[in-house]
Design a protein around this ligand. Structure first.
Ligand code: FAD
Length: 478
């Protein structure tokens, strides 16, 4: 990759590709594209380009290819691993998909929706609902993240245990390849065994193999009944046992099973100081059942919880008696993510292990922090139904950010060691980006590295797509 300065000729070629309103080059115009939601990462760019059509995406990719410019695809910039931010500021071009934001088709008869990649996830959910359907991907950032970013990062969220990750919800993709050619992988088919399933290559590829310009999604019947419970339990072991029993006892109608260590609740109060904890137990569980037809979910839930309380598994239980009540339960879960961000820099992980290993993961991680990093505050919560725990750690008050970041890197490495020793993953859902590529790469078997490198070289031989993301920089450039 050649490092360029923005000459008048290059600027004029960029304006030719996307029009003057599609080019940002000043610090103030580029600012919002160069920092992420968490405030942890800032980067640089030669320019931010905002194509408004698929043809314009092709034009900018061809232009960047001709000039040897690195390309960083960017969606809503809510990813938490610096995948869409050039933190090494190596003079790449950010391509924002925000102007490519049309819902193309809602086909409720076939439960299919087609959209431009730059559509905000919430807009996709709203369009589905308007046709009495559900697009079940649900995450805290859904008002800002884009469906192309969700596909590129294989997003998860709170409904994965019922509906799967983004990977499971995508029927087809449309992708501009690194040489500017368009691959149209829309087919509308639920079953299609004609050779390699190419869309799966691009899902989770974090912008390193091409730019996703369109997505074809699976819809589901919209739930007509939803029941939400907020529970207090004695331990993470009890929560895992409850989940196991609940799946069978509720006919597998659970759509969310979130687990929250009680130490996290104070963080949600940073967002809403009036927020009261519904229960006092050491571990909280937010459980949701849903069904699209007239199933008596309330009776199922009440029967199940009565048994769980009688056996001592559940200490306290509250059932939401209105939508507002259920929203108040969810505000606790959502508030704690925002509350942590308000505390500034902290260690942020999204680990996954087998569901039955969640208690061991939390125990070992807490023990490690208490022993080796006293004063740091562990926070354990997550999508327990998927074995996904966000084990985050807040620095003690009074540390400078530089000190906290240096110590935070050691803590992160320790937490990754624990997850690996349990056969888990250092990235359940956020991806690798630029903040984890070294840990990711170091953990791969040689054959795995060879396959990843071969794929990258086959699709992006010049190494221009999202350089420095996912693969460490030396592996990105051939
Ligand atoms: C409050 C909050 C809660 C969150 N909760 C969850 C959660 O529960 N589950 C979860 O999985 N994630 C969660 N996230 C992380 C984040 O929202 C997801 O990773 C999301 O899918 C990123 O989408 P985005 O559009 O913001 O992508 P970006 O951050 O812009 O980009 C992410 C990656 O995808 C690439 N990319 C983006 N668009 C394209 C495209 N069109 N073509 C090719 N590559 C592209 C980028 O280069 C980058 O590597 C959360 C984030 C926040 C801030």
């Amino acid at each position: 990759m050649t490092v360029h300065r923005l000459s008048p000729e290059i600027l004029s070629a960029m304006e030719g590709a996307v029009g003057p309103s599609g080019v940002a080059i000043s610090g103030s115009d580029m600012a919002k594209y160069l920092g992420d939601w968490s405030g942890d990462h800032r980067g640089g760019a030669l320019a931010v380009l905002k194509p408004a059509s698929v043809a314009e995406v092709q034009a900018v990719v061809r232009l960047c290819g001709a000039l040897g410019l690195g390309i960083i695809p960017q969606g809503g910039n809510t990813g938490l691993v610096a995948g869409a931010i050039d933190i090494e500021a190596r003079g790449a071009v950010v391509i924002s998909l925000e102007r490519l934001n049309r819902i193309r088709l809602v086909d409720a008869d076939n439960f299919v929706l087609q959209a431009d990649a730059g559509c905000v996830l919430q807009a996709i959910k709203d369009a589905s609902e308007a046709h009495d359907c559900l697009f079940p991907l649900a995450l805290g950032a859904q008002g800002s993240c884009q469906i192309g970013g969700n596909a590129a990062s294989n997003a998860g969220g709170v409904n994965v245990l019922r509906y799967g990750m983004a990977r499971d919800l995508i029927l087809g993709l449309e992708v501009v390849l690194p040489d500017g050619e368009l691959w149209d992988g829309f087919c509308g088919l639920r079953k299609d065994n004609r050779g390699y399933d190419l869309k799966q290559l691009f899902i989770g590829s974090e912008g390193t193999l091409g730019i996703i310009t369109g997505v074809e999604l699976k819809l589901f019947p919209r739930p007509a009944r939803i029941e939400t419970a907020y529970l207090g339990l004695a331990s993470f072991e009890a929560a895992v046992a409850l989940f196991r029993q609940a799946r069978r006892a509720t006919a597998d109608l659970i759509s969310a099973f979130e687990i929250i260590g009680s130490e996290c609740i104070d963080l949600a109060r940073l967002v809403d100081s009036d927020l009261a904890s519904p229960v006092e137990a050491p571990v909280h569980v937010l459980m949701e059942l849903s069904a699209s037809a007239a199933v008596d979910l309330r009776a199922l839930l009440v029967d199940f919880l009565a048994g769980a309380m009688e056996s001592g598994l559940v200490a306290e239980a509250l059932l939401a008696d209105s939508d507002g009540h259920a929203k108040a339960f969810w505000a606790i879960r959502e508030g704690l993510v925002e509350g942590q961000a308000k505390r500034g820099y902290h260690v942020r992980t999204d680990l996954s292990v087998r569901i039955s290993d969640i208690p061991a993961l939390v125990d070992q991680a807490r023990h490690f922090v208490a022993l080796e990093h006293p004063g740091w505050l562990p926070q354990a919560y997550g999508h327990a139904g998927d074995g996904n725990i966000h084990f985050n750690v807040l620095p003690p008050e009074g540390l400078t950010v530089v000190e906290a970041r240096a110590r935070g890197a050691d803590i992160t490495a320790g937490l990754y060691r624990i997850a690996n020793s349990l056969g888990g993953s250092i990235s359940a859902e956020h991806g690798i980006g630029r903040s984890r590529h070294r840990a990711f790469w170091a953990g791969l078997a040689p054959v795995h590295r060879r396959l990843v490198t071969a794929l990258k070289q086959a699709l992006d031989p010049e190494g221009l797509m999202n350089p420095g993301c996912l693969l460490p920089p030396t592996e990105t450039v051939p």
